[in-house]
Design a protein around this ligand. Structure first.
Ligand SMILES: [Zn+2]
Length: 136
């Protein structure tokens, strides 16, 4: 009798090491990495299917988004990620960060965690805590 270990990576793949709450229910996910791309894969089963038994388009879209971001990071050399810091609220400070790093503000919480902390750009008192990231 032949059985397939559905938890083991297929040939050429390894376990995908970038976990997220969105993709946790779809595990195990697998990755094949080259110098220019990250290819993601999974062994599709009922947990990945829509009501007609096909792999759900939302799953495919989410994994494509994940793979494209990781591939862009490999190609451009940017590690990606998010940076959080105090921001004075001045659009000129936001523009300066963008000009120097290509990162733009992705998130500002409804309530600042540390109001008055010095802006990471100009040093004036911060009014918000901003999270910057580079879009791919
Ligand atoms: Zn500032």
């Amino acid at each position: 009798m032949h059985t397939t270990d559905t938890l083991a990576p297929p040939p050429g793949f390894c376990a995908h090491d970038r976990k997220s709450p969105l993709t946790d229910p779809w595990e195990p996910l697998f990755a094949r990495k080259t110098d220019r791309a990250v290819v993601l894969g999974l062994r599709a089963g009922p947990a990945h299917a829509n009501s007609r038994g096909f792999v759900h388009g939302g799953l495919i879209g989410a994994l494509a988004d994940n793979a494209m971001g990781l591939s862009c990071a490999r190609t451009t050399g940017h590690a990606g990620g998010f940076v959080t810091g105090a921001w004075c609220g001045d659009p000129e400070c936001e523009a300066k960060v963008k000009a120097e790093t290509k990162a733009t503000i992705r998130y500002v919480p409804l309530e600042a965690k540390d109001p008055g902390a010095p802006c990471v750009v100009c040093g004036r008192p911060g009014v918000d805590e901003a999270t910057w990231a580079i879009a791919y």
